[in-house]
Design a protein around this ligand. Structure first.
Ligand SMILES: O=C(O)C[C@H]1C=CC(=O)O1
Length: 120
């Protein structure tokens, strides 16, 4: 199942800098492991906010909850979750787009041929 997740970070001002740096490093490693696994498909910074818009591809609500509650920044986040389903006008199958260079500025590659067929 696909989910859009908006995470807004609010680190306490009195959190010691060293502790904050450690939590952020753990968060980065945790997030990147999940991105490599394919479960955390997209992560985008929301312009002008200490927040991200992410897309997760996980088995069910339970797995999503387990992942989100394991985020090192979880105690310092507001999280909103929106389940997603395939749009009837979508030309892909809702499978992950293969983005070259980890998505760094490059446009998505084309959908595989067999997924261009239109299904309702
Ligand atoms: O910076 C953020 O948006 C919060 C968090 C989510 C993943 C990550 O590495 O940091």
């Amino acid at each position: 199942m696909l989910y859009q997740v908006i995470m807004t970070v609010d680190l306490p001002r009195d959190l010691p800098a060293e502790e904050a740096a450690q939590i952020l490093a753990q968060e980065k490693a945790y997030s990147q492991d999940l991105q490599r696994s394919g479960k955390w498909r997209h992560i985008w910074r929301i312009a002008g906010q200490y927040a991200n818009c992410s897309i997760f591809d996980v088995r069910d609500h339970d797995e999503l909850h387990q992942i989100l509650s394991g985020l090192p920044l979880f105690p310092f986040m507001d999280i909103s979750v929106t389940p997603l389903l395939r749009h009837p006008s979508a030309i892909g199958r809702g499978r992950p787009l293969v983005i070259p260079n980890g998505g760094e500025g490059a446009p998505p590659t084309q959908f595989p041929k067999e997924s261009r067929r239109r299904t309702q």
